[in-house]
Design a protein around this ligand. Sequence first.
Ligand code: GDP
Ligand code: IMO
Ligand code: MG
Length: 425
Amino acid sequence: MSNVVVVGTQWGDEGKGKITDFLAQKADVVVRFQGGNNAGHTIVFNNQKFALHLLPSGVLSTDKVNVMANGMVINPKALIEEMNMLNQRGVKDFDLRISNRAHIVFPYHIELDAAFEKVGEDKIGTTKRGIGPTYTDKAFRSGIRMGDLLDLDYFRKRLSAALAIKNNVLKMMNLEVIDLETLYQEFLGYREVLKEYICDTSVVINKYLDEDKKVLFEGAQGVMLCIDHGTYPFVTSSSPSAASVPLYTGVAPRYINNVLGVIKAYTTRVGEGAFPTEFDDEVAHQIRETGNEYGTSTGRPRRIGWLDLVVLNHTKRVSGLTGLSVMLLDVLSGIESLKICVAYKYKGQTIDIMPSIVDHLSDCEPVYIEMPGWQEDITEITSFDELPSNAKDYLSKIEELTGVKVKIFSVGPDREQTIVVEDVL
Ligand code: GDP
Ligand code: IMO
Ligand code: MG
């Protein structure tokens, strides 16, 4: 158990930041392996709240090596702002390594992300951070990487080639074209701040793995937003699954055998797309307000749904979960009856696997079991035994229906409000 992957099991915002920060206290290295500043990871301790978008959630613990791996897409301006924000709040001198192979998010990616959302018939409801267009350029081989900033002639050549195409696309979309020299100068400024951190992070991570150090891999988003296994096309443009860790970080697959699935005790989703267990009544309103279910990155109200075991078992299968961390259990206090979706009804048939066509998922009716809720405030408890029996039953039911052990559960946003049933690192 010298390393663990933290995977979001639903549509993101499950509490990955909190649990990564919690586990980071025991880790030597924390690696963010995909996504960009579409992510919003919230960490609370000592009455302070931090929202991280790009930096690994290990930066708030001292003496950790924090790696932004090759699978990420990095907006340098947003990264520098995040680093400055931390510096101003007294979090300084963290050990940061940025992959020379991570792709750069440029202003034109952000412009195009917003523009495509306006004209497309299938609006995704993206975070408008330029994530899709940047991963598109990566696959199209017209991307520019963090390491390119270290060779200015090469960087300028790549930027010039990219703009030759991008300015035509911008014109087509009635957007302003971008001047090469201005953009180049802007990025020279970012280079000055970031160049000392850029390196081959695969070499760095493997060195620590060889030394038997503890490595924590932090995913962003959730498997239902995975480009391959999610509710396509209403997904992000990378894969948050544990399966992507070797590719996105440059380590051998044999290191990936301990995968912690982070589950919200109910479900939320931001953006568009099918969501079978969604409901919108007084109870949903109560959950949204108690759980502060508003996007960390965009402030959008999150859609609320019951726990969905078809989703969890899908994530378990494609991501190889070996343990669960159930978050926001406290938010369910005071609800009379809790529903858990165990299957879908689709065209009169009962199914328990996720349809690949999103319109079919929209037509699925959830099949629920109901469990009695609990009234007690559980935010102060410190052990499993102190939970009300209905809350214990709720956790046991999740274990029974997934076949995966609940190793951690969480009863509040603070680092302290975390209960470990079995060590994961
Ligand atoms: P992430 O994207 O997976 O890191 O999750 P977010 O940070 O976007 O959203 C999770 C939200 O739930 C944040 O506001 C956390 O502070 C909060 N949170 C995490 N765990 C708990 C918990 O056990 N109880 C409560 N009430 N809030 C929690
Ligand atoms: P964390 O790491 C929740 C959603 C967007 C949209 C879709 C595509 O905090 O869990 P994108 O900007 O990635 O092209 O948007 O994915 N989305 C998230 N939803 N949490 C996130 O990250 C998300 N990152 C992207 O709302 O539906
Ligand atoms: Mg989030």
